[in-house]
Ligand binder design. Structure first.
Ligand code: SF4
Length: 79
């Protein structure tokens, strides 16, 4: 978990990465979080951790929980 030390979100408000709901203001929050993730030097590690851990809430590695769920499903179908 050392990669967290250089995370772009390290000193930001964590609420941005945990939007409530899937519409309205949460869409703005999701877009803001993804903008931060795009410039994060450890996005790849973060995403791998979130997918591997089965983390279901929040934005991790530039993905929403639904996007990660779809990734896991694709991986399961491919194996
Ligand atoms: S990819 Fe996004 S959520 Fe993950 S550490 Fe980087 S900024 Fe934070």
């Amino acid at each position: 978990m050392n990669w967290r030390l250089t995370a772009a979100c390290r000193d930001l408000d964590p609420d941005v990465f945990f939007p409530i709901g899937t519409g309205g203001m949460s869409l703005v929050q999701i877009a803001e979080a993804k903008t931060v993730c795009r410039r994060c030097p450890v996005a790849e590690q973060c995403l791998a951790w979130a997918v591997g851990d089965g983390r279901v809430e929040g934005i991790w590695g530039g993905t929403t929980e639904n996007e990660r769920r779809a990734m896991r499903l694709r991986e399961d179908l491919g194996s």
